[in-house]
Design a protein around this ligand. Structure first.
Ligand SMILES: [Zn+2]
Length: 391
């Protein structure tokens, strides 16, 4: 841990930053696979230097360079192929329309992706739903088939709105912004004196800290939002959070707020608890990383990681020199096969190739699938050691 440094907090501007966790050479986009080893090795990489503001409890990557994201090629991270997420989103859309009386009204979503949520809102009776997302410029989507659903392929700006709106949604956007207060202030300007509710959803940093989910720390995320930090952001920008709760197994932070007078100096009393959790997280994550490096350097045979998603790829890159024993990723998804993970430049292979790799150790990226993976490996006549990548 580094001592307090003169880095200004992007949320409250206090110079009370404390370093809590650092990862070198992480892929700028960890979910993107590459066609060959050389391209994978040359994939854009950056540093994560997580800082805790001991004033407001906000956590951010002070080594984040926004320009690197702007130049990075697009990536697919839509969650809505998962039945669990579909159920979550359907309940959210119905609940928002009911709680805020949005049937027959006009709703805006900032960072709407392919418009999956806009379509759900329309299904629940909103008169029209307009989304803003620069990644959708020139793209088509099955979710804009309705006449009353529209996607504008640009960044949201208050000046470009041509008619009144009755609610604003913004989901999984804030964690990508290096100046989140600027967006909130612009939304507040767009609302003016009207009584328009907003809904924000972000990954829950409180959950990440408590469960020491260190492999959820990725370059794409510059900000890590806990309830106290999100509350401070709202109040400073002129919103009164009427509810700040969690969902999706505690992994998402969900906040609804209404316009109020700005409190530009607001600090949330819950920040102290977040600071304690963040320091504990940093110590636990450092210890966990050292433990993995020692364990893998002591393994004489080859090692594979089952699961070529962001968790496994972040893990492999964080190992540094200790990644030398890694031979491959194994994944069930055929679209990932014969492609290479960024940074570590390891191939992704099908489970059938395990027999020829004869690994001494299989690292399991997602504990949910531990039993079926062990059964499948043993059914192939292999007897490696197994370990679940915790954190
Ligand atoms: Zn701060």
């Amino acid at each position: 841990m580094s001592a307090a440094a003169a880095i200004a907090c992007p949320l409250c501007a206090a110079q009370k930053a404390q370093g809590i966790f650092r990862l070198e050479s992480v892929p700028v986009i960890c979910n993107q696979l590459w066609p060959d080893r050389a391209a994978a090795r040359a994939a854009p990489a950056g540093t994560v230097d997580l800082q805790l503001c001991t004033g407001c409890g906000f956590i951010w990557n002070s080594a984040f360079e926004p320009a690197r994201m702007a130049y990075a090629p697009g990536y697919e991270n839509a969650l809505h192929f998962s039945p669990r997420f579909q159920a979550f989103a359907a309940e959210l859309a119905a609940g928002l329309v009911a709680r805020h009386g949005l049937a027959g009204k006009h709703v805006i979503e900032i960072g709407c992706g392919d418009g999956y949520m806009l379509d759900l809102l329309a299904q629940n009776g909103v008169a029209s739903a307009t989304g803003f997302d620069p990644s959708m410029a020139g793209a088509s989507s099955p979710f804009t088939a309705r006449d009353n659903v529209e996607i504008v392929g640009e960044y949201f700006r208050s000046g470009q709105l041509d008619r009144p709106f009755d609610a604003i949604l913004c989901r999984h956007v804030l964690e990508h912004l290096d100046d989140p207060l600027a967006l909130l202030s612009d939304i507040r300007r767009a609302i003016g004196s009207r009584d328009v509710p907003v809904y924000f959803e972000v990954p829950n940093a409180g959950w990440m800290l408590e469960t020491v989910s260190m492999w959820d720390v990725i370059y794409e995320h510059v900000g890590y939002w806990s309830a106290p930090a999100l509350t401070a952001l709202f109040r400073r920008a002129g919103f009164d959070p009427v509810s700040v709760g969690t969902g999706y197994g505690g992994q998402f932070l969900m906040a609804e707020a209404v316009p109020a007078r700005p409190q530009p100096d607001y600090l949330d009393p819950g920040a102290a608890q977040i600071c304690a959790s963040a320091r504990a997280f940093g110590q636990a994550a450092d210890a966990e990383l050292q433990r993995w490096r020692s364990a893998l350097q002591g393994c004489s045979g080859s090692i594979v990681i089952w699961g070529a998603g962001s968790k496994g790829i972040t893990f492999a890159n964080a190992l540094g020199e200790a990644a030398r024993g890694l031979a491959a990723f194994v994944d069930l998804n055929p679209r990932k096969h014969q492609r290479f993970a960024p940074g570590v430049a390891l191939p992704v292979v099908a489970p059938e190739e395990l027999a020829s790799l004869r690994p001494a150790m299989v690292l399991i990226a997602n504990a949910l699938y531990e039993d079926e993976i062990i059964a499948q490996v043993q059914a192939a006549g292999l007897r490696p050691e197994f370990a679940v990548i915790a954190g």
